[in-house]
Write a protein that binds this ligand. Structure first.
Ligand code: ADP
Ligand code: ADP
Length: 225
C-alpha cells in the first residue's frame, strides 16, 4: 500500500482533531497531534514541557527548536512510516521547510495538505464549548454542537471531560491572531507546491468527513498508479 503523508491545515477549532480521529481509522494512518504531544510533556513535567508551557498558556507558538526534533522523531516511528496525518504541524514556513527536508532524507514526500476553512466567529464558539477526554485527548466533544450522551463524560471510555486551559476567550483571540499572522501563509505555500486541497469546515462533522474521505481515497488510488 503506498503511504499517505498528510497535513491538516486550518485555524484552531476548525475540526482538525475531530476529523483526524476518524480518518486515522479509515486509512490506517498515524494521527500526530503536536498540541497533544506538547500537553503530555507539560503534564509529565519534562524539560521540554517546562520550556513550552508559558508559550502555550499565552496562545503563542512554542519556539521551533523546542518542537522540531520531537516531530521529526515521531514521523520516523514505526507506525508513521506507513503514512501519517499531521495535526498542528507545520505552523510556519520554517517548520514546513524542516518537514520537507526531514521527509526528503528518507526518500519520502507529502501527499497533500488538507485545508479546513472556518470563519473566526464560528471558531470562538467552537473553542469556548470544546471539551476533551481526560484519558484520551483525541476524544473531542462540544457542549452544543457535539455533546456526549451523558454530560461531562466521554462516550467512548467513560472518563471525565475537561476544558483546555487555553480555550478561554482571551487566549483563543490570541491564537487566532497567531494563526492569521504565522500559519495562514502556509496555504499559499502548499498551493504553490500543488499540494493544497480545500474543505468547507462549516459543514457538520459527518459531511466534512465524507468529503475528506473521498479525497483521500482518490489520492491513495493515484499513489498506486
Ligand atoms: P482543531 O483540532 O482544529 O482545533 P477540534 O477538532 O478540536 O479542532 O474541534 C474544535 C471544536 O469544534 C470541538 O468542540 C468539536 O467538537 C467542534 N467541531 C469540530 N468539527 C465541527 C463541525 N464540523 N461543526 C461544529 N462543531 C465542530
Ligand atoms: P488547536 O487544537 O486549538 O489548534 P493545538 O493543540 O494544535 O491547538 O496547539 C496548542 C498550543 O500548542 C499552541 O497554541 C502552541 O502554543 C503549541 N503548538 C502546537 N503545535 C505547535 C507547533 N507546530 N509549533 C509551535 N507551537 C505549537
Amino acid at each position: 500500500m503506498p503511504e499517505l503523508n498528510l497535513i491538516l491545515l486550518g485555524p484552531p477549532g476548525a475540526g482538525k482533531g475531530t476529523q483526524a480521529e476518524r480518518l486515522q481509522v479509515d486509512f490506517g494512518l498515524a494521527h500526530v497531534s503536536t498540541g497533544d504531544m506538547l500537553r503530555s510533556q507539560v503534564a509529565d513535567g519534562t524539560e521540554l514541557g517546562r520550556r513550552a508551557k508559558d508559550y502555550m498558556d499565552k496562545g503563542d507558538l512554542v519556539p521551533d527548536e523546542v518542537i522540531v526534533d520531537m516531530l521529526t522523531e515521531r514521523i520516523e516511528a514505526a507506525d508513521a512510516r506507513e503514512g501519517f496525518l499531521l495535526d498542528g504541524f507545520p505552523r510556519n514556513e520554517s517548520q514546513a521547510d524542516t518537514l520537507d527536508a526531514a521527509l526528503g532524507r528518507h526518500g519520502r514526500r507529502l501527499s497533500a495538505a488538507l485545508m479546513i476553512a472556518v470563519p473566526d466567529e464560528e471558531l470562538v464558539r467552537r473553542l469556548t464549548g470544546r471539551r476533551v477526554c481526560v484519558k484520551n485527548p483525541s476524544h473531542i466533544y462540544h457542549v452544543e454542537f457535539d455533546p456526549p450522551k451523558h454530560e461531562g463524560v466521554c462516550d467512548q471510555d467513560g472518563a471525565r471531560l475537561i476544558q483546555r486551559d487555553d480555550d478561554s476567550e482571551e487566549t483563543i483571540r490570541r491564537r487566532l491572531e497567531v494563526y492569521h499572522g504565522q500559519t495562514a501563509p502556509l496555504i499559499a505555500y502548499y498551493e504553490r507546491a500543488g499540494l493544497l486541497r480545500r474543505f468547507d469546515g462549516t459543514r457538520p462533522p459527518d459531511e466534512v468527513h465524507r468529503h475528506l474521505r473521498a479525497t483521500l481515497a482518490t489520492l491513495r488510488l493515484e499513489e498506486q498508479i
